[in-house]
Design a protein around this ligand. Structure first.
Ligand SMILES: Cc1ncc(COP(=O)(O)O)c(C=O)c1O
Length: 439
């Protein structure tokens, strides 16, 4: 197996074959592109399962009472939900739609946590009626809704309160969620979290089992987690006077992955060590009788590294002395991240893996926005129309955030393993684009 400079951002099984082509899960990606067309999202099953196991083992070996629930917003579909279940993970959903897909994939309702800052009354009723494990309550309006819903359904619902610890996680503002100025959760600093605990404890329809916080996404540092643990557990300790007992605690997800060759995110073990020891330490410092169940919610770090996007090279525009654009057949419709928050990616020419870089180009998408650029200034071998560009670390928040902008059908998705590919989502058709239109 040959290695290559961007090896760190590709799935575990990535290799180069005798024809100098990229291989994922034992499949030559040129064959995949030929069979399924492009843009195509390829997920490596071994990488997916390996990371799920790492989370369970690294946290579980340090803190036995750990629950790992996958954050569906990073990407969910029916087949993936089934795979996650096989690996013993639960699910964090942020909408009735994600819940429906998870359940259809075999995820038991009891293993699902329902998040969101504006859940609808109907969504809540469906979730409570369906026996959802936990609702993570974000605001007082939701507590009021739940009071009505639980009476209607005749079930007492276990809840967590999402609190905002006021921690700066040092990430992009759009994916920073735990600071005081955030739309999510009850701020501890302002006394609103305290009010929520009181109201939840007084409610007949809910049982307050714990606290949740999520401070941000793509976090490279362990310190913000440790700080959040300290603040939230300190708050829980103060709330004992109100009759509150912390049975569950979640520091959310947000663990960084490598997008570029220079990225070196901490290992799962490093995050596990920092978080589990902070929880144990804080429980002892606060004199808790018992330690709470620890709930971890990784999304990006499970699906991100497993996914590779394949695109076909089309037109080219060279502006002498300025820049050369190479356009591909996808872009912001299937990966909005570079346009939304300047996300950076690596790229390779999948059918020229052993050729030296010959030029610096910018990979442009096919959508009608100047901001539709997938990768800026990347050194690639000389490309021709028909070549296949592979963009690694594309598994999270790409298909999940995909749109039909410019009426582009969303791409197909395959799962590869041991030389075989399984289609887990077919490419959309023009008929799909019109399926909901009413004439
Ligand atoms: C509440 C909550 N949990 C978990 C996650 C997952 O974060 P990540 O995909 O970065 O692990 C998010 C992401 O925004 C979130 O809002």
């Amino acid at each position: 197996m040959n290695d290559f400079p961007t090896r760190n951002v590709f799935p575990h099984t990535a290799a180069i074959n005798a024809q100098g082509r990229l291989v994922l899960g034992g499949c030559d990606v040129m064959d995949l592109a030929q069979e399924y067309g492009t843009p195509l999202y390829v997920y490596d099953e071994e990488t997916l399962r390996r990371v799920c196991r790492q989370y369970r083992e690294e946290f579980g070996s340090r803190y036995a009472d750990t629950r790992v629930i996958y954050a569906a917003k990073a990407f969910i579909n029916v087949a993936l939900a089934g795979l996650l279940r096989e690996e013993g993970l639960g699910l964090d959903v942020a909408s009735g739609g994600e819940l429906a897909v998870g359940l259809a994939g075999g995820m038991p309702a009891a293993e699902v946590y329902f998040h969101g800052n504006n859940k609808g009354g109907d969504e809540l009723a469906e979730a409570v009626r369906g026996g959802i494990g936990r609702i993570v309550v974000d605001n007082l309006h939701e507590l009021d809704l739940l009071e009505e819903v639980t009476q209607e359904v005749g079930r007492v619902q276990d809840i967590l309160l999402r609190v905002s610890p006021g921690v700066d996680p040092h990430t992009h503002a759009y994916i920073s969620t735990g600071a005081l100025d955030s739309k999510f959760g009850f701020p501890i600093e302002t006394g609103q979290a305290e009010e929520a605990v009181r109201q939840a404890l007084a409610s007949k329809g809910v049982r307050l089992v714990g606290l949740h916080c999520h401070i941000g996404s793509q976090l490279f540092e362990t310190e913000p987690y440790v700080e959040a643990v300290r603040i939230v557990l300190g708050f829980a300790a103060r709330m004992r006077e109100e009759g509150f007992q912390l049975l569950e605690f979640s520091p959310g997800g947000g663990f960084a992955i490598a997008y570029t060759r220079d990225d070196e995110p901490p290992s799962v073990a490093t995050f596990a060590e920092a978080i589990s020891s902070a929880v144990k330490r804080e429980c002892e410092a606060q004199g808790f009788d018992s330690q709470p169940t620890l709930v971890i919610e990784p999304g990006r770090s499970i699906v991100g590294p497993a996914g590779v996007a394949l695109y076909t090279v089309g037109s080219r525009k060279a502006i002498p002395g300025v820049r050369s654009y190479v356009s591909v057949d996808g872009g912001m419709g299937d990966n909005i991240r570079p346009a939304l928050y300047q996300a950076q990616y690596e790229a390779v020419v999948a059918n020229r893996m052993e050729q030296e870089p010959a030029e610096r180009v910018t990979i442009a998408g096919r959508f009608c926005e100047s901001g539709d650029i997938l990768v800026r200034d990347v050194d690639l071998p000389a490309t021709e129309p028909g070549d296949i560009i592979a963009i690694p670390a594309s598994g999270a928040y790409c298909p999940a955030m995909a749109s039909n902008y410019n009426m582009a059908p969303r791409p197909a998705i395959v799962l590869v393993r041991d030389g075989a590919a399984r289609l887990i989502r077919r490419r959309e058709t023009y008929q799909d684009l019109m399926a909901a239109d009413v004439v």
